[in-house]
Structure formats: C-alpha cells, structure tokens
Design a protein around this ligand. Structure first.
Ligand SMILES: NC(=O)NC1=NC(=O)NC1=O
Length: 174
C-alpha cells in the first residue's frame, strides 16, 4: 500500500486500519489523521511519536496500562488483540511451561506493584529468555527512567505494526 493510498483514506478507514498500532489507543491515530497528507511512513511515525511525547507522565502511563501482560490473563483467556497474540506467540509466550508462566506472573506482579503500570517490551524483538532477563533487570530502575524506557518499547511495537500494515499491502477492509 503506497502513501497516496493512505492519504486518500477516510477518517473511518484510517482509524480502522491504524487504530491499534499503539495497543488499544485508537485516539492516537484519530488525532494524527488531521496531519495528512503524510509524506511517507516515517512521517506517520513522527506524528505518533510527537503525540506520545506531548503527553504528561500520567498520560504516558495510561498508554502503558493499555498493554496486556506478557503471558498474562488475556493470553490465557484468549482475549488478546490479533496483533498482541501474534507478537506474544512469536516471543514464545504461548509455549511456556507452568513454571515459566508462574515466573512471568510473579515478575509482572512485582513490576506492576513497584511502578503502577505493566512491564512493556517489544515482544517481536525478544525471545522468552530476553524477556525474563530484561523484566528482572528493569525492575531495579527508578519510575521515571522505567516509564521512558517502556514508552520507547511502545514506539518499537508501533513501528513494526505500522510497517506490517503498509508493507503487507493490507487493502482496506471496507
Ligand atoms: N506487556 C507487553 O509488553 N505486551 C506486548 N508487547 C508486545 O510486543 N505485544 C504485546 O502485547
């Protein structure tokens, strides 16, 4: 799908296509739509980044809270979004044994208890060993540093989701 096709989308089509590039935060695509015509994919990403960086700390934490835990309740109950299910599966979160599930649950709970938002990492760029190691390491960060680091991970997830939509040429479903 080329950028002229993206720029020709109606508001509804645009949000239908890009509404979940940041997990469960369609407001971001709804907001950046007014910046069209976009020069290219990088321009779309730049507007998303600008929106996220313009948020207050609590706004950024709100974005983090929209993310499902890795190997968490949503995965166990099958209520993950399509994108999240694919990402978690690719990182090996769907083939954990019971001890690994318990470890992830304990670390995720400890992390949420400490920071007040869930551990977020770009699952497509990590395997399950990386995730356990980085979750354990990042638990030691202070809140401000961890918030910024987690938002950088959200931007990586967003970038991969954007590229997947545009480069896989998903025609608008409408
Ligand atoms: N808590 C998370 O990091 N969740 C996720 N990371 C991804 O890459 N996809 C998710 O659902």
């Amino acid at each position: 799908m080329d950028i002229s096709t993206v720029n020709a989308l109606t508001y509804e089509e645009f949000v239908e296509l890009f509404g979940n590039v940041v997990e469960k935060c369609p407001i971001i695509s709804a907001a950046i739509w007014s910046h069209r015509p976009f020069k290219d994919l990088t321009d779309i990403e730049a507007h998303i980044t600008e929106f996220i960086h313009s948020l207050s700390d609590s706004g950024k934490e709100g974005i983090l809270r929209c993310h499902p835990d890795l190997a968490g309740r949503d995965l166990q109950s099958g209520t993950l979004t399509r994108e999240s299910r694919e990402e978690q599966s690719q990182a090996g979160m769907t083939t954990l044994d019971s001890a690994e599930i318990l470890l992830m649950h304990r670390l995720n709970s400890e992390y949420k208890e400490r920071f007040g938002f869930p551990f977020v990492i770009c699952a497509r760029l990590n395997n399950k060993a990386d995730i356990v190691r980085l979750l354990s390491e990042r638990l030691k960060n202070d809140r401000a540093a961890e918030r910024e680091l987690a938002i950088e991970e959200v931007k990586k997830i967003c970038s991969l989701r954007l590229h997947n939509i545009v480069l896989s040429g998903i025609q608008t479903k409408l």
